[in-house]
Design a protein around this ligand. Structure first.
Ligand code: S3P
Length: 432
């Protein structure tokens, strides 16, 4: 297909979760604009309502009002976090600071994901956590009476870091966190924007004891760089034209995929760079490019952790073999992305393999043809749908509804950016 025109990705998922949570903890009524309307953010809104917070409906086009000021209150029923790991883990952090019991659960995918990475340090702070099935949900947490924590995380994870910062904030204790590589820093930026004194020293981040209370705030959430990545990829793979992707968050802890794309031969221009509540935002101008293989280093992985599926899809169109080092974390995302990216690429005729924690993808110029198992994972569905836009491709997805987790309008946008609209530029077909 050829690409043309301008498109706006949906609101940033990570920032939307954090904005809702911090607004719930703030004093007074906050107003959030551009919040993602995907299912994951609705999960956060729903559990906050169960905890006694007033959250207006999360709807496209409107702003969301959050009535903070009251402390999170004991929920009457299990908190259903749906498919959202961020909801579950950040909420565990906030609840560690509150003196009542709350039970958390989620869908089948979320119930397979590890929780001890968060519950172990929260226990070390003094929270009581009862497991029902080992290292996973459902869990019951009873918080309150916390003490200070200094913690070195074995994985670079913004969910761990944010959970501990929220525990410190709600519990009124000091926390210092070190991670092997810097993960996304949206929580820190928002806390600093709201006037809290965080400090950095020797690569560690510290929240002081009794950090203070949060004022109510207004926030316009930037577009999600991870959602924009699928549009960028579609434009890079196109046969011609150019695409403007407007209002994209370009926080450097999130834009590793642009760095890697640059090495692969596709330069994406950043226009109209601006600041939105402490987050850099730009419009991205993308043109088609011929790609060459690259090596993605372990230190880069946290900056592109959600973009490995789409980068692997792009690598399948590059000359040479691309290697992604140390991507073992992909096994514990919404699906086992490490194995499924490799298996699905093979199903489309691409040589791809997961060896240990590394992923290898050999590029080809044969059109991808075959059936893809998305495992109901939104990012797998979108990555392989983009591969389906190549001319001569025949990519059949097992389902497409999962895109509603992070990008409800994905298929409509993908169709719209392709010249000629439906038919000519259409993406992967759905298997009925
Ligand atoms: C997220 C952090 C990342 C990312 C997820 C969202 C966040 O997870 O994969 O999609 O909003 O904090 P980890 O913290 O587990 O790396």
């Amino acid at each position: 297909m050829r690409v043309r025109g301008a498109v706006r990705p949906p609101g940033d998922k990570s920032i939307s979760h954090r904005a809702l949570l911090l607004a719930a903890l703030a004093h007074g009524r906050s107003e959030l604009e551009g919040l993602l309307t995907g299912a994951d953010v609705k999960s956060t809104a729903r559990v906050l309502r169960q905890l006694g917070v007033d959250v207006s409906p999360v709807r496209a086009g409107g702003s969301v009002l959050v009535g903070g000021g009251r402390a999170l209150a004991r929920p009457a029923a299990t908190l259903d976090c749906g498919n959202s790991g961020t909801t579950a883990r950040l909420l565990l952090g906030a609840l560690a600071g509150r003196p009542f019991a709350a039970r958390l659960s989620g869908d089948a995918s979320l119930r397979r994901r590890p929780m001890r990475r968060v519950t172990e340090p929260l226990r070390a702070m003094g929270a009581h956590i009862k497991e029902e099935r080992g290292d996973s949900l459902p869990l019951t947490i009873r918080g309150g009476g916390l003490h200070d924590l200094t913690y070195t995380s074995p994985v670079a994870s913004a969910q761990i870091k944010s959970a501990l910062l929220l525990a410190g904030l709600v519990g009124g204790v000091a926390v210092t966190i070190r991670e092997p590589y810097l993960s996304r820093d949206h929580t820190e930026r928002l806390l600093v924007h709201l006037g809290l004194g965080l400090s950095y020293h020797d690569g560690a981040i510290s929240l002081p004891r009794a950090a203070g209370s949060l004022p109510a705030f207004r926030l316009s959430v930037p577009g999600d760089a991870s959602s924009a990545a699928f549009l960028v990829a579609a434009a890079v793979l196109a046969e011609g034209g150019e695409l403007l992707i407007e209002n994209v968050g370009v926080n450097p802890t999130r834009t590793g995929f642009l760095v890697v794309l640059g090495r692969m031969g596709a330069r994406v221009e950043r226009l109209n760079l601006r600041d939105e509540a402490g987050e850099p935002v730009a419009d991205l101008l993308v043109r088609p490019a011929a790609l060459r293989a690259t090596e993605v280093a372990a230190a880069e992985v946290p900056t592109l952790v959600d973009e490995v599926p789409i980068l692997a899809a792009l690598a399948s169109r590059a000359t040479g073999e691309t290697v992604f080092r140390a991507v073992g974390e992909l096994r514990v995302k919404e699906s086992n992305r490490l194995e499924l990216v490799a298996a699905n690429l093979r199903a489309l005729g691409v040589a791809a393999e997961a060896r240990g924690d590394d992923l290898f993808v050999r590029g080809t110029d044969r059109p991808p043809r075959g059936r893809v198992d998305t495992a109901r994972d939104h990012r797998l569905a979108m990555a392989f749908a983009v591969l389906g836009t190549i001319s001569g491709a025949d990519v059949r997805l097992s389902e497409r509804a999962s895109v509603a987790i992070s990008y409800p309008a994905f298929f409509a946008d993908l169709r719209r950016i392709g010249e000629g609209g439906r038919g000519k530029g259409d993406a992967a077909r759905h298997r009925h």
